[in-house]
Write a protein that binds this ligand. Structure first.
Ligand code: NAD
Length: 377
């Protein structure tokens, strides 16, 4: 087996939930780590490196699944994988629980326990296991790089005897983890950056990165107790779209990263606003695959609409698979080691713990997370 460069156009998962380094740290703590042969190939890790770290590399996944106490993966397990797992085993991954009700209920029916990494609380204590943040940070970087690659110009100002090129204008809508990293990346490349978010608390963060915050008065917006944006009223949505129009028309690059936790992302840019942009400008829709911030973006593709390149390719962090794997494997290691009982070397499922209360979504044959049981009604 050999390490391979991931095909940037492929949608095959290129990340892995363990690295040789994280496997070694787990093994040192007494955990038996088994890795599917080739699992690290697309992020640049070879089977022999996992073996040297102390892990067992296997070809027959079913054999390992039937005895494992815990399956750690990047994405959702398949029904076939779940059906060979032993009762009481724990499944960990991006389970996409708000949109995967049948799978989550099937995990409950099989008597397995599920930990959804998307439900890990955004608290200081849980930061080291926060996979949403680690992957969103990389996404912010990747989106700027993709936009820069499609722009028929450059981002920094360039003053030469042959003439002066003005810095590119970048507008970032949604300044959460991904948006802030996009702002920082575009600034580092020398662009002029403007940003907007419905949570006014982020204005200061945008400015501390050297960006300008677009002030729009749409009335009370606020955020949920977990820090997530609240959905706007129809009137507020219309006001936001009106107030952003000029900034969008004036931008060389627009990057949209707006999400609403557990719901479809908001539409931010209509076809008519897109039509105001200069030919050659670039829009990146981070949410293209989950419903779209931009009307006309195509999930998984880059399209040109009236001369404007609209990137909806998605799978952002996978495009830097090595970094994404390193960060995700650290998140998983931190989760496992936080709750590892040093005597039994088993994962201690303390359902009174704040972190596990949030992210254990299935236990004892039931969906245990209230947000999900409400969403499933
Ligand atoms: P997210 O992915 O849910 O959303 C991205 C951004 O889109 C958010 O900033 C949101 O306010 C914004 N948004 C939603 N609707 C919008 C609209 N109509 N127009 C413009 N912007 C819109 O957010 P996230 O990056 O996952 O962060 C969620 C929360 O978690 C934030 O409060 C963040 O500060 C917090 N957080 C905390 C920690 C920690 O303390 N450990 C770590 C990471 C994130």
């Amino acid at each position: 087996n050999e390490a391979k460069a991931p095909d940037p156009n492929s949608h095959i998962e290129s990340r892995c939930a363990v690295t040789p380094a994280s496997a070694q740290r787990l093994c040192k703590q007494g955990v038996e780590v088994t890795v599917e042969a080739g699992a690290g190939n697309l992020s640049g890790y070879l089977d022999k490196e996992y073996e040297e770290a102390g892990a067992v590399v296997i070809n027959d996944v079913n054999d390992a699944l039937s005895t494992a106490d815990m399956l750690v993966a990047v994405n959702k397990p398949t029904e076939a994988q779940l059906s060979v797992m032993k009762k009481g085993a724990i499944v960990v991954g991006h389970l996409d629980p708000f949109f995967q009700q049948p799978l989550i209920e099937s995990i409950a029916n099989k008597g397995l326990t599920a930990i959804s990494v998307e439900m890990i609380p955004r608290s200081s204590r849980a930061q080291k296991m926060d996979a949403l943040s680690s992957q969103a940070s990389l996404a912010g970087y990747v989106m700027v790089m993709q936009a820069a690659n499609h722009l028929p110009s450059i981002l920094p100002m360039m003053m030469t005897p042959s003439g002066t090129i003005k810095p590119a204008k970048v507008f970032v809508i949604g300044a959460g983890v991904a948006g802030l990293q996009a702002i920082a990346t575009a600034k580092r490349l020398g662009a002029n950056v403007l940003a907007y978010d419905t949570r006014p608390v982020v204005a200061e963060q945008v400015e501390s990165l050297g960006g300008k915050f677009l002030k729009i008065d749409i009335g009370e917006t606020g955020q949920t107790k977990d820090g997530y944006a609240k959905e706007l009223t129809d009137e507020q949505k219309a006001k936001q779209q009106d107030a952003q129009r000029d900034a969008i028309a004036d931008s060389d690059i627009v990057i949209t990263t707006a999400q609403l936790f557990g719901r479809k992302p908001p539409l931010l840019i209509s076809q008519s606003t897109l039509a105001l942009m200069k030919p050659g400008s670039v829009v990146v829709d981070m949410a293209a695959q989950s419903g779209g911030n931009v009307e006309g973006s195509v999930p998984g593709e880059t399209v040109v609409v009236n001369g404007v390149t609209v990137i909806g390719s998605g799978h952002w962090s996978q495009r830097v698979a090595r970094a994404a794997t390193d960060m995700y494997a650290n998140n998983i290691y931190n989760l496992v080691s936080e709750f590892l009982d040093s005597e039994t070397t088993r994962f201690k499922l303390d359902l009174e713990d704040d972190i596990l209360k949030g992210c254990v979504i299935v236990h004892d044959n039931k969906v245990t997370n209230e947000m999900l049981t409400n969403a499933y009604k």
